[in-house]
Design a protein around this ligand. Structure first.
Ligand SMILES: Nc1nc2c(ncn2[C@@H]2O[C@H](COP(=O)(O)OP(=O)(O)OP(=O)(O)O)[C@@H](O)[C@H]2O)c(=O)[nH]1
Ligand SMILES: [Mg+2]
Ligand SMILES: [Zn+2]
Length: 361
């Protein structure tokens, strides 16, 4: 039986056949962007499925009439779309991504960790308490922008804070065009407060430290407790890493929501563009420095230092920018080095195998 996928393919003007009832694929976040990479024939043979859970050894994938698992693949993350190959599930084709959130994996390894694929909006969640940290918010914004995802800053726990507007005002100065929303995750506010972004067919992700209320927000949007939540530590407002798995939840009204574990650190890698867009003023000043590789410290002819001295640029902001740039360059360079090493190693292995093969002949 071939399903009729035609309405998920790009429609010609006047040829729209959309209905108002949501199909499973639409609830999963299937969009023309993905449909354009396939054909009706492809979809009939290898149906589209989305990765909704990532486990150590397997991935849960869901499609129009399919809910199953495929073996774990390091190149695939939660939110990815695959064309499911019934005969060889492990060889299912990965569709091109609309967006990809990633970071340098924590620990000493230099690998990249894929956080979530194909999110449309990222809610950068922080609380109106000791968790609030401007430099961390800037870090998240850089990663989110680089990923091709639209950032929104969400400030939770205003109900526990005497002056939540102070936090909102500070967050509002990070970038003029990023919406800032104060929301009590425990009440019934989230649905209305986030309605502009949580539309049917779209995918949204909550990012932030442990304990800021990411799972509470998901529960509020769902209208029922689909994810576990746990009280934070009183003395320092830190969370207890309650959510451990990475999962995409489907809401009844057709929005897909990622619930991820709280992140201890979000190390930047391949995020130069995201940093440059958030610190566009400093980035363009730096282009006027005498030396192309100016560190904006003691070099002569440094346009950035000159601007600080003239009172045009805030020294603290410059310090935060430099820290992000340095870290991003270091991580990206070590990643490139690692890739080169891996390539060299792969080449050496192939040479040895070839020699052995020749010896056997
Ligand atoms: N009063 C109040 N409590 C909140 C709010 N948001 C979250 N909480 C509480 O904060 C605690 C942590 O919330 P979670 O939803 O578990 O936080 P999380 O971000 O999912 O944490 P991890 O899964 O550990 O990353 C819970 O006790 C929630 O009830 C809020 O806006 N107001
Ligand atoms: Mg959680
Ligand atoms: Zn300089």
């Amino acid at each position: 039986m071939a399903r009729d996928y035609s309405r998920f393919l790009p429609t010609t003007p006047g040829g729209s056949t959309r209905t108002t009832t949501l199909s499973t694929l639409e609830r999963l976040g299937w969009q023309p962007f993905f449909a354009q990479q396939t054909s009706v024939e492809d979809l009939a043979r290898t149906p589209a499925v989305r990765v909704t859970e990532v486990h150590r050894d397997r991935l849960r994938v869901q499609g129009a009439d399919f809910d199953g698992t495929i073996p774990f693949r390091p190149d695939v993350t939660v939110g990815d779309w695959l064309l499911y190959d019934r005969d060889r599930p492990a060889a299912s084709r990965l569709l091109g991504r609309k967006s990809l959130l990633k970071r340098r994996a924590p620990g000493t390894g230099r690998q990249i960790q894929l956080i979530a694929a194909n999110a449309d909006t990222a809610f950068i969640v922080s609380s109106c308490n000791q968790d609030f940290n401007r430099a961390r918010l800037e870090r998240y914004v850089s990663v989110v922008r680089e990923a091709g995802v639209a950032p929104v800053i969400l400030l939770t726990k205003p109900d526990l804070c005497p002056d939540p507007q102070r936090y909102a005002a500070e967050a509002g100065t990070i970038a003029g065009d990023i919406p800032v929303v104060l929301v009590n995750a425990l009440g019934d506010q989230p649905k209305a407060a986030l309605a502009d972004w949580c539309r049917s067919g779209s995918s949204v992700v909550f990012l932030g430290s442990s304990g800021v209320g990411k799972s509470s927000l998901l529960n509020a949007l769902s209208g029922r407790p689909v994810a576990a939540t746990r009280a934070i530590r009183e003395h320092d407002d830190r969370g207890r890493h309650t959510t451990t798995g990475r999962r995409l939840h489907l809401l009844p009204d057709g929005c897909a929501v990622f619930d991820l574990p709280g992140m201890r650190e979000l190390q930047l890698v391949d995020a130069g563009g995201g940093i440059a867009s958030l610190f566009a003023d400093l980035d363009s000043l730096a282009r006027r420095c005498r030396f192309r590789n100016c560190g904006h410290e003691t070099e002569p002819g440094c346009a950035v230092r000159a601007a600080v001295e003239a009172g045009e640029v805030d020294a603290a902001r410059l310090a935060r920018w430099r820290k992000l740039v340095r870290e991003e360059r270091f991580n990206s360079a070590s990643l490139a080095e690692r890739k080169a090493k891996d390539r060299a190693f792969g080449k050496a292995v192939r040479t040895i195998l070839k020699q052995k093969e020749q010896e056997r002949r």
